[in-house]
Every structure is written in structure tokens, then in C-alpha cells.
Design a protein around this ligand. Structure first.
Ligand SMILES: [Zn+2]
Length: 411
């Protein structure tokens, strides 16, 4: 009774013209979007990244690897560019090279460039001395696609929506001997699949950026492969010819896809994730309640926070944190290297507000340098805690930096 009364009151209070205008407004292309893609599969045998047990180079290609760029421009001409990569991580040298070049060539400031890697364990170890030629051509290709994406900017509307996918399982199992790297169906996960969709002026889907928090470790063989994220992008694009699908890795530092170790599972996981992206778009099409047509301005801020090691001989690590706002509807937090899931769960809890922007937390962004455990994971121990001798204050420092940047963007 109370509910129906409230609804009636709401309907009465809502001006009729607003009800009528909302869908038309939502369809207006108030942004510009452009995309570009480069094939980055190594053309010769290189060593692979992800498992130290692999001592010999790759033996072939199961699936092409891609670098993809999406440029987004607001009505004031301000831009952000996301670069997503089927690679293990964004090495510091790669980020520095690409960021410098795109600032010089396209006047894109570093805080408006987000680079994210899928963390596939079947990509090249491109930081090795013997992969220098690959590194150089990779950096060149990425600068080129950023330029192409900017050149191709055309009117678009942006929407945000989300669905869920349950491929990821927490991989920290408590035992009497400590935490083992083993599927723990009771451990924390983030099964959200955030989706940013761009439709062109004619209303046709043009690009999707979708996220997921899970290691790309279904496979560990000797062939180039984008793993589940590679298949999710491939399948989505095959089902939507002409659409560019970009994968943005989330806080999957302690998450694995299960089952693993057979190619068919990588394909199944990819299909599951691609289907979740479809589900997110479905909520977009059918009801305004779950979609967020994005309007407004781009705001971006980036900072570093010094993370300390408990070993006094090691100097602090300047850890990059980036926050990008698209209008009042979406806030994307991009954290560096292998962040565990606690960060995305905590940040969504602390930053999420009923009427506020949707919160999207990416990991594996802008730097790749070992695990970033939460305080909990660090104190519990286990695989993700052993990577670097961090002081437990790291979580509070990172979260503090995020809040500071978010605060800056409110001004
Ligand atoms: Zn990892």
C-alpha cells in the first residue's frame, strides 16, 4: 500500500514533459568516441611471461594478441584514452614511453591516458633484453593507435550498465599450514562485469569496454593466447561485426578462473564473460532503471603514493593511482599492478552512493610490479603476500590517495 502510494505520488510529481523527454535525451550523442586496434602478437619466438617454470620460448599462436585504444571526448573537447592490452602487465618503461609520446604528439596529458593489461599468462615477456625489438615496435604501435582513435572521434552516446559473471573464484584457501593457492569457493570475489557502451549517432553499437576481476590463467602452455579475456573480446566482436570490444582487468590479484588448464575452459570462460556483457547491454535496452546514460564532462586526476617496504634497504615504490570521471554517472579508479579483490570491494563500498556515479575499479593499470595485497591478505600470508615485503600500511595509503583524487575531481 505504502509502495503504491509512493509511486503514485512520484508519478504525480514528475512533470509530464520530463517523462517524455528522458528517452530522447538519453539518445542524444553528447560525446565523441573513436577506436583503433593493433595486432601485437610477436612475429618471432619470444619467451613468455607469467610462469617461471617455462624456460623455452613460445612455439606458436593459438590466438592473436591485441592492443586496443578508445578515445572519448566531452563537449568541451577534453579527452581520455584507454589503452587495453593482451599482455601480462603494463611495464613502467612501456607506460613512460607511450605516455611521453602521446603527450608530445597528441597533447594528451598523462592523467588522461589509462593503460591496462589483461594479465594473460600466454603473452610475451616483453621487458627482457632479448625482446627489445618487440618492445620498441609495441610502443610504436600503441602510440599509433592512440593517434588513430583520436583521429576517428565521431559523435556517440555513452551508457554504463553492469551484469555478473561467476568464472572467478578466490584462490586463497586457509589450511593448518597457512594459505594455499587453491580454489576457495567461500573467499571474497567481485563478480561484477562493468560495461561502458558507445553507440554512434545512428544508434548503432560502436564499442564496449568491459571489466572483470580475475587472473587470465586458464592456460599456461607455449602458445600466444589472450586467455578467457581474449575469447570474450573475440566472441563479442564476432557476434557484433564492426564493434570494438576492449577488456579492462579488475582487481583480480587473488582470483583465478576455474576450471583451468584446458583450452576448452578458456573458451567457455570467455563465452560466459561475453554473455555477461550482452546481459549488461540488455538491461540497458529494456529499462532505464539499470542504465546510466552518461552526460557531462571528463575529469581526470593521477597521483603517486609512496609504498614502504619492511626491508629498510629497499627504497619506496611510487605507486600510481588514477581516477577518471565521465560526467556525473561513472567514476573509474585505476590502480597499479596486481591488486587483490579487497580493494575494489572496499572502494565501491566507500565511494558508492545511491545517487552518485557508478564506481568501476580497475587493477593492472599503468604499472606492473608484483602483488598489492590488502592489509588482511598481507597479514594472513600466502602467495599474494610474499611477492614484495610491503608494510601493512599500504592499503590505507592507497585508499587515502584514491579519496584524495576523488575529492580533487569534485572541485
Ligand atoms: Zn598474477
Amino acid at each position: 500500500m505504502r509502495l503504491s502510494l509512493t509511486l503514485t505520488t512520484l508519478l504525480l510529481l514528475t512533470p509530464l514533459n520530463l517523462q517524455a523527454q528522458q528517452p530522447a535525451d538519453a539518445l542524444a550523442p553528447s560525446w565523441k568516441v573513436g577506436t583503433a586496434v593493433a595486432k601485437i602478437t610477436p612475429q618471432r619466438r619470444l619467451h613468455m611471461s607469467g610462469y617461471s617454470s617455462r624456460k623455452t620460448p613460445a612455439e606458436g599462436t593459438e590466438q592473436e594478441l591485441f592492443g586496443k585504444a578508445i578515445a572519448i571526448e566531452d563537449q568541451q573537447g577534453k579527452r581520455v584514452v584507454f589503452v587495453t592490452l593482451d599482455l601480462i602487465g603494463v611495464l613502467d618503461e612501456l607506460r613512460a614511453t607511450v605516455a611521453k609520446e602521446v603527450q608530445q604528439q597528441f597533447k594528451l596529458p598523462p592523467q588522461q591516458l589509462l593503460m591496462n593489461a589483461s594479465h594473460t599468462h600466454c603473452g610475451p615477456a616483453y621487458g627482457r633484453e632479448d625482446a627489445k625489438d618487440y618492445f620498441d615496435s609495441l610502443a610504436k604501435d600503441l602510440v599509433k593507435i592512440v593517434g588513430q582513435a583520436i583521429e576517428r572521434l565521431e559523435p556517440a552516446r555513452l551508457t554504463y550498465s553492469q551484469a555478473r559473471c561467476s568464472v572467478a573464484i578466490n584462490r586463497r584457501t586457509p589450511t593448518e599450514r597457512g594459505f594455499l593457492n587453491h580454489p576457495n569457493p567461500n573467499g571474497p570475489v567481485d563478480h561484477t562485469v562493468p560495461v561502458l557502451a558507445a553507440h554512434d549517432g545512428a544508434g548503432k553499437l560502436k564499442a564496449v569496454v568491459f571489466g572483470y576481476a580475475c587472473h587470465n590463467t586458464t592456460m599456461g602452455f607455449y602458445r600466444w593466447l589472450g586467455d578467457y579475456a581474449g575469447f570474450a573480446q573475440e566472441y563479442f566482436q564476432a557476434d557484433h561485426p564492426g564493434v570494438t570490444a576492449l577488456f579492462m582487468m579488475g582487481c583480480g590479484g587473488d582470483q583465478n578462473p576455474y576450471p583451468r588448464s584446458e583450452l576448452k575452459y578458456a573458451k567457455m570462460h570467455g563465452r560466459s564473460l561475453a554473455t555477461a556483457v550482452e546481459a549488461a547491454l540488455e538491461t540497458n535496452q529494456r529499462t532505464l532503471r539499470h542504465q546510466r546514460p552518461i552526460r557531462g564532462a571528463i575529469k581526470a586526476a593521477m597521483g603517486t603514493v609512496d609504498l614502504e617496504f619492511s626491508d629498510p634497504k629497499r627504497s619506496d615504490f611510487a605507486y600510481p593511482v588514477q581516477v577518471i570521471r565521465l560526467g556525473d554517472e561513472l567514476m573509474l579508479v585505476a590502480l597499479g599492478t596486481e591488486v587483490v579483490v579487497d580493494y575494489s570491494l572496499r572502494l565501491k563500498r566507500e565511494l558508492g552512493k545511491q545517487d552518485g556515479p557508478a564506481i568501476w575499479v580497475a587493477g593492472y593499470s599503468n604499472v606492473y610490479n608484483g602483488y598489492i595485497p590488502s592489509r588482511r591478505v598481507l597479514l594472513e600470508g600466502g602467495y599474494e603476500a610474499r611477492s614484495r615485503p610491503w608494510k601493512p600500511e599500504l592499503e590505507q595509503r592507497i585508499i587515502g590517495q584514491v579519496h584524495e583524487l576523488v575529492g580533487q575531481l569534485k572541485k
